[in-house]
Design a binder for this molecule. Structure first.
Ligand SMILES: [Zn+2]
Length: 449
């Protein structure tokens, strides 16, 4: 007898898919050859019992396998907190899971029903979940937490919403850090070594390099077949990471938990209507994130700061710029018929380990980011309204201490310092940037680019 809400049948499509770029053909066979320990020769199944998960497996004992119920038990209160479910409701909740090295053994034992669709990684239905053995301990846990998120949402929210939200929020919460028995869900990986075999960031970088950047609208339109490929998991994770990690968007995104009974496109339509006032900012932030995403990308600090547009006063204007933030609007509208001069000063911190690294607007040449000195002042003149498919903030111009600027089009001047996407948090201090109109339109030879 189920102790929780009746569950709708659903499929988790973390299945039937190629593993991206290198393992598409070799797939699971590669996994088995590389990392999976030999199955128990006696054919014995072991039952690993936790409070919220009973896991049946044919894998031999190991710390990483045997601690999975404990990992799951630490996830449950975090899911309850994230989805604002009363902890008392989840008290007696339990799923049954199957972690399979030899699927036929489970089929013969009646644990892998014939009516499940074929799946390569994992599947969740009702109060059960199935996991195929994975090549790394990280990805095995990730898969358990992904399917567990589906199970939790089905049990306590009554559904998972349409594909982008169902898979995006499962990927968001499954991406984790597990250290010294502490579990952190919704973790943004700082290096690929933290998340072996996960690969979501690499997929986005590769898709972008191949000219296949998804717009946010396209991600929200994924249908129920889309997740037979791996790339949609990466794009849905990125969308969830942005919407959940950016303070401007987080409340609206988290409110979607009330709406997950609807799997139709109207779910997304209603969601987008909540962005009537700031849809351009959301779409521009997505474009910028798709262009710059990397391990440790600081979603909150990368949030573009906007200002009301205003003309440049005749005497010029002095802007104060924070070193620990991404793009910041000056609000100043620059005209293509004019030339401008930017002059920057200030001393600010660009790292704090092993001690403070101090920097001035020309940057420090000890370290380069995107081919330019770390900490160097950058500028972009951003069209208003922004271009529909790519923001000019993704193609900045170097300024340093001083530069002439001749905009090709009218737009608002944005500034930031050159910094790795993961490097904003340990910055401190400000720069002052004086923006003036030049007497003469500069020749092309004096342009910074
Ligand atoms: Zn899924």
């Amino acid at each position: 007898m189920s102790r929780f809400l009746p569950l709708a049948r659903r499929s988790c499509p973390l299945d039937n898919r190629s593993r991206g770029l290198c393992a598409a053909a070799t797939g699971i066979a590669l996994c088995l050859a590389v990392a999976t320990p030999a199955a128990d020769q006696n054919g014995a199944m072991r039952e690993l019992v936790g409070r919220h998960l009973v896991l049946l497996t044919d894998l031999p004992p190991s710390t990483e396998v045997d601690e999975l119920p404990a990992v799951f038990d630490r996830a449950v209160p975090q899911w309850a907190d994230y989805f604002q479910v009363d902890p008392q409701r989840v008290d007696g909740w339990q799923l049954r899971g199957y972690l399979m090295f030899d699927r036929e053994r489970f089929r013969a034992a009646g644990r892998l029903p014939d009516d499940l669709p074929p799946f390569q990684h994992g599947y969740q239905r009702g109060d059960e979940l199935w996991l195929n053995e994975q090549p790394t301990a990280y990805y095995r846990r990730h898969l358990l937490l992904h399917e567990g998120t589906h199970g939790f949402m089905n049990a306590f929210l009554g559904g998972c919403g349409p594909p982008w939200y169902m898979e995006g929020v499962a990927e968001l919460l499954a991406t984790h850090r597990w250290q010294t028995q502490r579990l952190e869900l919704g973790y943004f990986p700082r290096s690929k070594e933290e998340v072996p075999y996960w690969g979501r960031i690499k997929i986005i970088q590769n898709e972008r390099a191949a000219g296949r950047t998804m717009t946010l609208a396209e991600v929200l339109r994924y249908d129920h077949q889309a997740h037979q490929q791996l790339a949609p998991y990466a794009w849905c994770w990125a969308a969830a990471a942005l919407l959940d990690g950016d303070p401007r968007f987080q409340a609206r995104f988290r409110n979607l938990r009330h709406d997950v009974g609807d799997r139709s496109p109207e779910f997304s339509q209603r969601f987008l209507e909540r962005f009537r006032d700031d849809a351009p900012q959301l779409l521009e932030q997505w474009q910028l994130m798709a262009a710059e995403i990397d391990y440790g990308y600081d979603v909150a600090r990368a949030a573009i700061e906007y200002q009301p547009a205003r003309p440049l006063p005749a005497e010029g204007a002095t802007i104060e710029l924070r070193a620990d933030r991404g793009w910041q609007s000056t609000g100043l509208v620059l005209e293509p018929s004019a030339a401008y001069r930017l002059a920057a000063s200030g001393r600010y911190q660009v790292a704090d380990q092993p001690r403070s690294w101090w920097c001035e607007p020309q940057g420090v040449t000890i370290q380069y980011v995107q081919g330019r000195p770390l900490g160097m002042l950058l500028a972009a003149v951003r069209e208003e309204p922004p271009l529909p498919h790519t923001t000019s903030l993704a193609s900045p111009q170097p300024v340093g201490r001083e530069a002439a600027l001749r905009p090709e089009r009218a737009g608002v001047l944005f500034l930031r310092i050159n910094e790795h996407p993961r490097g904003l948090a340990d910055n401190a201090g400000t720069l002052r940037v004086l923006v003036t109109r030049s007497a003469e339109r500069p020749s092309a030879a004096t342009d910074p680019d």
